[in-house]
Design a protein around this ligand. Structure first.
Ligand code: ADP
Ligand code: GLC
Length: 487
């Protein structure tokens, strides 16, 4: 059945992206639209947005809308565009005072105002467009207060009478925690019973927790992560709230947008290849080596990394393991990432210490991300935790064997190679410690040396299908369940 879905996300690819949330918002939005749903994406109109040459149009019904934002009146205007190359509607909340910044997220004192305005603007815009969503699909903390706003400030409006709220957790490590003073500032204390008392007693409001308390349904981006976040180790303080919900969080593995990530037709690659015609991969490896200044035979195994460099991604495990492996075995590394200085300097130092064998490009670079996926033999993702992770699924498609820790979506999407059955798509290790990491890298290099086996592992991965055609159905089923009154 066709549904009206308001999809609220702080980033949507390719318009604005820092990580996987953007990929998911863009691709799931596209999938739902193709399936005939009236899905409308909302995101802030960042000054850094990449509109790919499209010029958004002002939405006549929602221009110069005044809203009370704490002590100030703030004005926003709604602009409409589409996901590039499609007619999937995207609404951009224009408010230069809040969104004309160097980055999507900031540490500025008004960060709470930036995303509070975003949420108010979504609801104000639905009203002005007379758009009555069946599902308000919220994503992460930036949209975590929408369920509460619908139960309070907007409860009077019968437009939303049938609207059910879904909150998808993409990363429970980021929660939107602000001082309790902002509760009064934003007028969130009108219905104090809805606020989490524990947070208030600690002097905070936690937007993600508020969402988990009040959303009709909660989902997250892999079945394994759905379990992990209910434990004290994985819940980052929110496990109690999740366990207290009547229905558990539902785990739906992210899909992959194979229009963007497919070695057979990748627009950012100069050559193409497939499981049956793998020749292009060898040439792309040579391109990657040349581009990154990696020297030596193309038979030397090349491992890639493309990542935000944060503690979540588990690179601490490489500190004590990579140098030893580089000293004792042939291996090259191509690394692309931005983030915390400790990781940036680790990789930069490694590149200095092993010139021609380790290359590090710091920055965000779409094309290099695709080249690393295509040109590498293996891909390293030792995450401490990983709600879903997309790069391991891209790697599978590109015949780039993933080396992953058994956590969250990595556990759900990569199977350890089993020589007995000939099944398996990568190297999977369990413990978050140096011996396990060392074992995984060593095992991958041993397997690589056995060409026949390696080709089999590559092929196993390349034939796996994580497309949205499969994963998107799960969201449709969830929407149906919610509309029927369950969650
Ligand atoms: P997360 O959302 O936690 O960062 P995911 O694996 O879900 O992890 O998604 C990361 C996405 O961001 C992938 O599409 C990946 O290719 C991309 N990405 C991460 N870092 C960079 C970078 N430095 N340059 C280009 N793309 C990047
Ligand atoms: C988050 C997670 C990542 C996930 C992405 C999209 O950024 O860290 O694992 O794939 O969201 O859901």
């Amino acid at each position: 059945m066709s549904r009206k879905i308001c999809f609220a996300a702080s980033e949507v690819a390719p318009l604005a992206k820092t990580g996987g949330l953007a990929d998911v918002a863009g691709a799931l939005g596209r999938y739902l639209h193709e399936r005939g749903h009236d899905v409308r994406l909302f995101m802030p109109y960042y000054s850094t947005i990449d509109l790919r040459g499209q010029v958004p149009t002002a939405v006549a019904e929602a221009q110069q809308v005044q809203v009370q934002l704490g002590r100030q009146q703030v004005e926003f205007s709604l602009h409409a565009t589409t996901l590039p190359g499609s007619d999937v509607p995207v609404y951009l909340v224009h408010c230069p005072q809040l969104y004309a910044r160097d980055s999507l997220y900031t540490n500025a004192a008004d960060e709470h105002l930036r995303f509070f305005l975003f949420q108010l603007a979504i609801l104000e815009s639905c009203q002005r467009l007379r758009f009555a969503p069946d599902v308000m699909h919220c994503n992460d903390w930036h949209t975590g207060l929408l369920p509460q706003l619908l139960l309070t400030r907007y409860a009077w409006d019968s437009l939303f009478a049938r609207t059910r709220t879904l909150l998808t957790i993409h990363n429970i490590g980021y929660q939107g925690v602000f001082p309790a003073a902002t509760v009064t500032e934003l007028g969130l204390d009108a219905t104090p019973g809805l606020l989490d008392a524990g947070e208030l007693s600690r002097g905070n409001i936690n937007w993600l927790r508020q969402g988990l308390l009040l959303a009709d349904a909660v989902s997250t981006v892999s079945p394994a992560y759905a379990q992990e976040i209910c434990t004290p180790q994985g819940g980052y303080g929110l496990d109690d709230t999740l366990r207290a919900r009547a229905a558990p969080a539902i785990g739906i593995l992210n899909g992959v947008d194979y229009d963007e990530w497919n070695p057979e037709n990748d627009r950012l690659l100069s050559r193409h290849y497939s499981a049956d015609q793998p020749e292009g991969k060898r040439l792309l490896k040579a391109d990657l080596q040349a581009r990154f200044g990696l020297q030596g035979e193309d038979t030397v195994p090349l491992a890639g990394i493309v990542s935000r460099l944060t503690v979540q991604k588990g690179f601490d495990l490489l500190f004590d393991t990579l140098p030893g492996i580089l000293d004792s075995r042939p291996l090259q590394l191509a690394i692309l990432g931005t983030g915390e200085p400790r990781y940036v300097s680790f990789f930069a130092d490694l590149a200095k210490r092993y010139p021609g064998r380790v290359a590090f490009h710091t920055g965000y670079h779409e094309e290099l991300a695709h080249l690393i996926e295509a040109g590498s033999d293996m891909f390293i993702m030792p995450s401490l935790y990983e709600p879903c992770g997309l790069n391991q699924m891209y790697s599978l498609k590109y015949g780039t064997v993933p080396i992953v820790r058994k956590t969250g979506g990595l556990a759900d999407s990569v199977q350890m190679w089993d020589p007995q059955s000939g099944q398996g798509t990568g190297v999977v290790f369990n413990d978050f410690d140096a011996p396990a990491m060392r074992w995984a890298l060593g095992t991958a290099l041993d397997l690589y040396a056995d060409r026949e086996t390696w080709r089999r592992i590559m092929r196993n991965g390349m034939t796996r299908d994580f497309s949205w055609k499969i994963q998107g159905r799960e969201y449709e089923r969830l929407y149906d369940q919610m509309a029927a009154g369950g969650s």
